[in-house]
Write a protein that binds this ligand. Structure first.
Ligand code: PEP
Length: 236
């Protein structure tokens, strides 16, 4: 049985007051069994120390991104050395906003995933197709292209969680139906079995993301290959 993981991606939102009050008033009052569900929130890097100072042990903190560089003359960057030194054990990689708005290639995402794994971090590696790719019937190829890039860099998938986030569903209010999401999750699991290992296919968690909210989560979680969610807007 795979442990559920629910991630909250705050994107570029929030301020100091929110970073204090939201963990205190909402996250610390969540009712869940931490042996059955990992809960991970990804505030902006600036707000992470504030969140860490307030949030209880049952909620873990992630960065939304990390640098391809180490420490040094890399203005504006955020090395895994600094991230792990802050006690942060998780990061997102490959969020579609990083890919589409900031030009991250499949290879960049794969390298970042490898750098994070090498630093001992868990990675929520995001993949997913654009609207025109789904409409063009190439969803499977797109996801496999993104997964293959990660596979080229990473042998050990035990600390990778895949977040399948169809880009057309992110922040749009359009959610994949449970059937559509399950079909793609099953394809991803099959890809894991063929390209990583049988163990990885059985144990790697595959989250669904894309306009998940209290209105659709209960139906989506019924599906056997959906191991919970990466949530943007509704996590705030
Ligand atoms: C996300 O940012 O990863 C996401 C899925 O956003 P939303 O839930 O707002 O669609």
């Amino acid at each position: 049985m795979r442990k559920y993981l629910v991630g909250g991606n705050w994107k570029c939102n929030g301020n100091m007051a929110f970073a204090k009050s939201f963990p205190a008033e909402v996250l610390n009052n969540l009712k869940f069994n931490p042996s059955k569900v990992d809960v991970v929130v990804a505030p902006t890097a600036l707000h992470i120390p504030t969140v860490q100072g307030v949030v209880g042990n049952n909620v873990q903190v992630a960065t939304q991104n990390l640098s391809l560089t180490g420490d040094g003359a890399y203005t504006g960057e955020l090395s895994t050395h600094m991230i792990t030194d802050m006690g942060i054990k998780w990061t997102l990689t490959g969020h579609s906003e990083r890919r589409t708005l900031f030009g991250e290639s499949d290879a960049d995402v794969a390298k970042k995933t490898k750098i994070a794994l090498d630093a001992g971090m868990g990675v929520l590696a995001c993949i997913g197709e654009l609207k025109e790719e789904r409409e063009g019937g190439i969803t499977k190829q797109v996801n496999e292209r993104q997964l293959n890039a990660i596979r080229e860099q990473c042998d050990d998938w035990s600390n990778i969680v895949i977040a399948y986030e169809p880009v057309w569903a992110i922040g749009t209010g359009l959610t994949a139906t449970p059937e559509i999401a399950q079909e793609t999750h099953a394809e991803i699991r099959e890809w894991l079995g063929k390209n990583v290992s049988k163990e990885a296919a059985a144990s790697v968690r595959i989250l669904y993301g894309g306009s998940v909210s209290d209105a659709n989560a209960a139906d989506l979680i019924q599906k056997e290959d959906i191991d919970a969610f990466l949530v943007g807007g509704a996590s705030l």
